[in-house]
Design a protein around this ligand. Structure first.
Ligand code: SF4
Length: 60
């Protein structure tokens, strides 16, 4: 049984995140928060998903 609902509007390949579907490259949250760790972001690598939570052994 699926314990997460795929949000087809949020693609994501970060399988280390507990919100990631893993078997499919999607997020399961209704919405996410995106930010930056740079003073003046210029490339995608400058941005971060601030909704990331590290996966643990208890996660499905
Ligand atoms: S919370 Fe962010 S990092 Fe985690 S699966 Fe969703 S989009 Fe990816």
């Amino acid at each position: 049984m699926d314990c997460k609902k795929k949000n087809e509007n949020i693609r994501c390949t970060v399988s280390q995140c507990r919100h990631n579907l893993v078997t499919e490259d999607f997020c399961s949250l209704d919405c996410i928060s995106v930010g930056t760790h740079e003073d003046n972001p210029t490339v995608p690598e400058c941005t971060d998903c601030n909704s990331f939570m590290k996966r643990t052994g208890m996660d499905c």
